[in-house]
Design a protein around this ligand. Structure first.
Ligand SMILES: Cc1cc2nc3c(=O)[nH]c(=O)nc-3n(C[C@H](O)[C@H](O)[C@H](O)COP(=O)(O)O)c2cc1C
Length: 231
């Protein structure tokens, strides 16, 4: 992995996209409304089917809702631990997998105590598949994440809401028929921003045939702007 420092704040789209990793550890510092507003505005600029914008972005801030998120996160951790048969995370192992696991465990322990929480809800449009419904909310999520990263914030997509779906619906007053797509935790990162680690483009971009790698006639992305790390 490339550990070269990355700028904490950036208006350069390539820098932002290539360093918008999931951030799960936050400083104990509030996210100012004007910063959150920029993220929410970016979310509201996303495309959606027929420009229907069938979304609500619910900022969760009351102690009751935060407590509910903590319960959801902790329930998720219990299920995850059993499902993946996770090893003891207190054994102090220092390999990347153990570190990520400890970070995830800590993220779920803190749960609703994250500096900011945003629930992304979508109203399924008539005749759409679940995949298409996701297509009318996850671009908004991604816009939010990029705006957050651009301002130096960190954020993580979570599916914790599934563990408290009925309680959250009731407490927020989510109308019947709407779905909760994701719950984002947001805050100022405790650590530094890093480059994303992804499969090489040659492994995922093909031309005409599934097994024929797409090869550029001439390099489009410069070496400095393309993500330099691979998974
Ligand atoms: C649909 C979806 C669900 C995810 N759910 C969770 C989650 O419940 N908890 C979590 O910590 N991260 C979650 N993530 C974040 C991914 O784990 C993360 O994006 C992925 O491991 C890549 O890591 P990176 O973003 O740091 O490069 C989710 C991401 C997506 C797209």
């Amino acid at each position: 992995m490339n550990h070269s420092p990355v700028e904490p704040v950036s208006d350069d789209l390539w820098t932002v996209m290539s360093t918008a990793t999931a951030v799960r550890r936050y400083r104990d510092e509030a996210v100012p409304d004007h910063t959150l507003q920029k993220c929410l505005t970016a979310a509201s600029w996303a495309p959606s089917g027929g420009n229907g914008q069938p979304w609500r972005f619910v900022v969760l801030d009351s102690p009751e809702l935060r407590a509910l998120v903590t319960i959801a996160a902790q329930r998720t951790w219990e299920v995850m631990k059993d499902f993946y048969r996770l090893p003891d995370i207190t054994d102090g192992a220092d390999d990347p997998k153990s570190r990520t696991l400890r970070t995830m465990a800590e993220h779920m322990r803190v749960g609703g105590g994250a500096p900011a929480l945003v629930l992304f809800c979508v109203q399924p449009q008539r005749g759409t598949t679940e995949l298409q419904q996701g297509g009318s909310i996850f671009p908004a999520v991604q816009n939010f994440l990029l705006a957050a990263r651009s301002q130096g914030l960190g954020a993580a997509i979570t599916l914790w809401q599934d563990a408290c779906d009925a309680e959250l619906r009731e407490a927020v007053g989510i109308p019947d028929g709407w779905k909760i797509a994701t719950l984002l935790t947001v805050g100022w990162p405790k650590g530094r921003h890093h480059r994303v680690r992804r499969k090489p483009l040659a492994e995922v971009a093909v031309q005409d045939r599934w097994d024929r790698p797409w090869t550029p006639a001439s390099a489009g992305l410069s070496a400095s702007s393309a993500p330099s790390t691979q998974r």
